[in-house]
Design a protein around this ligand. Sequence first.
Ligand code: HEC
Ligand code: HEC
Ligand code: HEC
Ligand code: HEC
Ligand code: HEC
Ligand code: HEC
Ligand code: HEC
Ligand code: HEC
Length: 430
Amino acid sequence: MRRVALFAFSGGRKWVVLALLMVATPAFGSDPSTKGSECITCHLRVTPGLVADWQASMHSKEGIVCSDCHGDKHRNMNDANLVRLPDEHVCAECHQEQFDQFAKGKHNHGWNSMNAMPVTHMEPDELMEGGKGCGGCHNMGIKSEAQKKDQRAKGYRYQNNSCDECHTRHCFSKKEAQDPRACQQCHMGYDHPQWEMWSSSKHGTRFFVKQAGKLPKKAAAPTCQLCHLPGGTHENRTAWGFLGVRLPLPEDKEWAGNRVTILKALGVLNPETGKPTKRLEAVKALDMVRLTEEAWKTEREKMIKTCTACHSEQYARLQLEMADRMMKNADRLMAEGIGIVAGLYKDGIIKKPDHYPFAYPDLLYFKQTGGSYIDQVLFRMYMKYRMRTYQGVFHANPDYAYWYGWAAMTKSLGEIKELAHTMRATHKAK
Ligand code: HEC
Ligand code: HEC
Ligand code: HEC
Ligand code: HEC
Ligand code: HEC
Ligand code: HEC
Ligand code: HEC
Ligand code: HEC
C-alpha cells in the first residue's frame, strides 16, 4: 500500500494541500505524521468540497482526522457502508462538557417529543426518519440504540448526530454557531417564527446594521445565543416553553379555568373527569411544561439577568410580565374557541374520529385533526396564532404580537362562531 504524507500550507484563508512524499508502508495511519492521509487523498477526488471544509476546520489544525470520527474500516471505493456515522458520543470523547450540557437541555428532547405526538406515526417516513419534514428539525437529541435500529430497519442511514445542527460538518465552526442564522432553519415558519420575529425586531435589525458596519463594533445587539445559550452553555430551556402552558394553575380563577380547557384540548386532562391522562406522563417525561413554580421562576430569573446587561431590571421585568398577561388574554380567546367546538362534539354534531381518545377537540393531532373543518380552524388558532401572540411579545416584535397573532386569533374565533352557528342550524334541518 502507498503512504502519502501531506503538508498543508496556509495561504490567506485558503488551504492548499500538497501530496509530497510517497513511500510504501503496510500499516495504515500508524505514523502520526501521515495519520488519515489515505482517506484524504481519495476523498480529495471523491468529495473535494467536503475535504476543503475539514481543512478549514479547527479539527484539521489540531490533527483530528476523518478516521477519528468515522473509524478506519472503510478503505476503498466499494466498501463505504463500513464507515461509522458518528453520533454525539463520538464528539463527547473530546467534548464531554458540551455533551453533558446538551444532554440536560431541551434540545436533547427533540427526537422523542416528535415521536410522542400521535400525528407522527400517521405521516410519511421520509418526513420523519428521513429528515425531510418534522424529522429534519427534530433531529435534536441523543437517540437510543433501539431508535437507531428502528431508523436503519426503515432504510434510513443518516441523521445520527445533533451536534452538526448548529456548527455544521465538516467545518464544525464555533463562529458559525454563534451567528443567529445557525438557528434559522428550525426556529422559523408556521408555529415558531422566532427568526422572523427577532430579525425584524429592534434587537435583530440592530444586529444587521451593526454587521454592515454602520454601528460601532461594541454596539449592543442581542442574538438568540446571548439570550438562550448564555455564556456559551449548551443547556437550553425557557420558562413558558413551546406549548405555553404550565403548572401549577394560576391563582386567578378565570385564567385557571381557561388553562384547564386548553389542557383538555391537549389531551393531558380527561375532558369528562378533569383527571390527568397517560399523555400527561409523556409531557412530563419530555420536559414539555414546567411543573413547579420554582422550575418556572429559575428560567425566568436567568432571562431577567440576561436583559439587565443592557436594560434596567425594572424595565425587563415589566416587559416580561406584560408578555405573561398577554398569555392570559390569549388563553381567554382560546378557551372560548375550544368550548364552542367541544359543544359540537358533545351534541353529536361532530362525530368522534376513531383515533381520538375522547369526543373532544384534540390539538395534538395537528393537521390530521379528523373531526371537521372547524377543528382545523381551531388548530390554526392555537398552533399558529396563539403562538405568535405571546412569542411576538416576548421577542419585542409588535407586528407579530398584534397582526399575525392577536388580530388573527380574534378572526379565528369569529370564524368558529359563524361555522358553529351554521353547523347547528343545518344539523337541526336534517
Ligand atoms: C479509494 C478511495 C477511498 C478511500 C481510501 C476512502 N474513501 Fe471514503 N468513500 C469513498 C467512496 C467512493 C465513497 C462513496 C461515495 C458516494 O457514495 O458517492 C466514500 C464514502 C465515505 C463516507 C460516507 C459514507 C456514507 O454512508 O455516505 C465516509 C464517512 C467516508 N467515505 C470516510 C472515509 C474515511 C474515514 C476514510 C479513511 C479511513 C475513507 N473514507 C477512505 C472512497 C474512499
Ligand atoms: C469531528 C468528526 C468528524 C470528522 C473529523 C469527519 N467527519 Fe465526516 N461526518 C461527521 C458527522 C457527524 C457526519 C454526519 C453523520 C450522520 O448524519 O449520520 C459525517 C458525515 C460524513 C459523510 C456523509 C454525509 C455527506 O455529507 O456526504 C461523508 C462523506 C464524510 N463525513 C466524510 C468525511 C471525510 C472524508 C472526512 C475527513 C476529511 C471526515 N468526514 C471527517 C463527523 C466527522
Ligand atoms: C479526537 C478528539 C475530537 C473529536 C472526536 C471531536 N473533536 Fe471537536 N475539537 C477537538 C479539538 C482538539 C478542538 C480544538 C480545541 C477546542 O476548541 O476544544 C476541537 C474543536 C471543536 C469545535 C470548536 C471549533 C472552533 O471554531 O473553535 C467544535 C464546534 C467542535 N470541535 C465540534 C465537534 C463535534 C460536533 C464533534 C463530533 C461530530 C467533534 N468536535 C469531535 C477534538 C475533537
Ligand atoms: C435542527 C433544528 C434546530 C436548530 C438548528 C436549533 N434548534 Fe432550538 N429547538 C429545536 C427543537 C426541535 C426544539 C424543541 C425540542 C423539544 O422537543 O423539546 C428546540 C427548542 C429550543 C429552545 C427551548 C424552548 C423551550 O421549550 O423552552 C430554545 C431556547 C432553542 N431551541 C434555542 C435555539 C437556539 C438559540 C438555536 C441556535 C443557536 C437553536 N435553538 C437551533 C430545533 C432546533
Ligand atoms: C421547521 C422546523 C420544524 C418542523 C418542520 C417541525 N418542528 Fe416541531 N419544533 C420545532 C422547534 C424549533 C420547536 C421548539 C419551538 C419553541 O419552543 O418555540 C418545536 C417544538 C415541537 C414540540 C414541542 C416540544 C416541547 O417540548 O414543548 C413538539 C411536540 C413538536 N415540535 C412536534 C413536531 C411534529 C410532530 C412535527 C411534524 C408534524 C414538527 N414538530 C415539525 C421545529 C420544527
Ligand atoms: C443549538 C445549537 C448548538 C448545538 C446543537 C450544539 N452546539 Fe456547540 N456551540 C454552539 C454555540 C452557540 C457555541 C459557541 C459558544 C460560545 O459562544 O462560547 C458552541 C461551541 C461549541 C464548542 C467550542 C467551545 C469553546 O469554548 O471553544 C464545542 C467544542 C462544541 N460547541 C461542541 C458541541 C457538541 C459536542 C455538541 C453536541 C453534543 C454541540 N456542540 C451542539 C451551539 C450549539
Ligand atoms: C433579547 C433576548 C432574546 C433574544 C435575542 C431572542 N429571544 Fe427567544 N425568548 C426570549 C424570551 C424572554 C422568551 C420567553 C421566555 C419565557 O418563557 O419567560 C423567549 C422564548 C423563546 C423560545 C420558547 C418560547 C417560544 O417562543 O416558543 C424559543 C424557542 C426562542 N425564544 C428562540 C429564539 C430564537 C431562535 C431567537 C433568535 C432568532 C431568539 N429566541 C431570540 C428572549 C430572547
Ligand atoms: C445586548 C443588549 C441587550 C439585551 C441583553 C437586551 N436588549 Fe432589549 N434592546 C437593546 C437595544 C439596544 C434596544 C433598542 C433601544 C431603542 O429602541 O432605543 C432594545 C430594545 C428593546 C425593546 C424595544 C423597545 C422599543 O422601543 O421598541 C424591548 C421591549 C426590549 N429591548 C426588551 C428586552 C428584554 C425583555 C430583554 C431580555 C429578555 C432584552 N431586551 C435584552 C439591547 C438589549
